[in-house]
Design a protein around this ligand. Structure first.
Ligand SMILES: [Zn+2]
Length: 307
């Protein structure tokens, strides 16, 4: 089955300072593993366009979007919060990262590809409607979901977020929108210190304690995500694909392995095959240990192409 790999050179120029874990080497590690594994030959490559202001305003406030444009420095660094920083290339990177999701939706909904992986940065799932934080400026996955609903009239879109951090931004944006089912797992208690107490018919948050392994994630997915998705019958599934729950990733204290990322991808893909012709649009969120990030992304893309 055809898979789009969407990225843009601008995403490698965004830099938040020496030693920052959310760095350009992450995308290079993914590229190296794609080539080393041969998975490079299974994907069709596309260059991410820039998102339009109109597309951003479907999920962010006008004041917030303007504040990101205004913060873009001519030179040097400008701090957005303690660990979210702009250099002169950040704004273009963020516009292409969100634009990747728009292109992914168009390619998948027009049947040019079956699934897509957006290998982009900055990530997005901590960006709320009116605030950027946690390495995120624009909520890329939310931009894609809103585009799918607005342009293709979709009424049931699911998001699977398996990043180790709770996708508080995505939850903020869609908390009152029953067209969107949000399923997530995350380490708790842990940054951003929310999500465990959410009570909603269309938000399925499964907090996992530190030191949980892949078996705990699989149980959460089998017990909570899959029944919710099957009842919801999604017309399209998005993935906020973070790889920072990996045992080798010292950002967190969850203990997943490469094969757990393969497993969760197949679980999501199985639902997509049953309800929406296998259509899955995935975008990179976290993942900071470069070797395990590269391997796990490759395992994820391989499984997106199966079934
Ligand atoms: Zn994360």
């Amino acid at each position: 089955m055809s898979i789009a790999l969407i990225t843009h050179a601008a995403c490698e120029l965004h830099d938040m300072g020496r030693g920052h874990p959310e760095c350009a080497e992450r995308l290079r590690a993914i590229e190296q593993q794609l080539k080393a594994s041969g998975v490079d030959k299974l994907v069709t490559r596309y260059e991410a366009p820039t998102v339009t202001r109109e597309q951003l305003l479907r999920v962010h406030t006008e004041d917030y979007v303007q504040s990101v444009f205004d913060a873009s420095p001519q030179r040097g660094y400008r701090y957005f919060d303690d660990d979210t920083v702009l250099n002169p290339h950040t704004l273009p990177a963020a516009l292409h990262a969100a634009g990747a999701l728009v292109l992914a939706v168009d390619l998948v909904m027009q049947n040019q590809v079956n699934s897509a992986f957006c290998s982009v940065r900055p990530p997005g799932h901590h960006a709320t409607r009116s605030r950027g934080t946690g390495f995120c400026f624009f909520n890329n996955v939310a931009v894609g979901v809103a585009h799918a609903m607005q342009m293709y009239g979709l009424e049931r879109v699911a998001i699977a977020d398996f990043d180790v951090h709770h996708g508080n931004g995505t939850e903020d944006i869609f908390q009152h929108d029953e067209r969107v089912l949000l399923c997530s797992t995350f380490q708790h208690p842990f940054y951003p210190y929310c999500g465990a107490d959410t009570r909603s018919t269309h938000v399925v948050n499964v907090p996992l304690p530190a030191m949980s392994n892949g078996a705990a994630m699989r149980e959460a997915v089998n017990h909570y995500w899959l029944p919710a998705m099957q009842a919801f019958k999604p017309q399209l599934i998005f993935c906020s694909a973070g790889f920072d729950a990996h045992a080798d990733d010292d950002m967190s204290r969850l203990l997943w392995q490469d094969e757990d990322y393969a497993w969760v991808t197949t679980a999501i893909k199985t639902v997509a095959t049953e309800f929406c012709n296998g259509r899955v649009i995935s975008t990179l969120e976290g993942g900071y240990d470069l070797p395990s990030l590269g391997r796990s992304v490759v395992a994820h893309i391989r499984r997106l192409g199966e079934l």
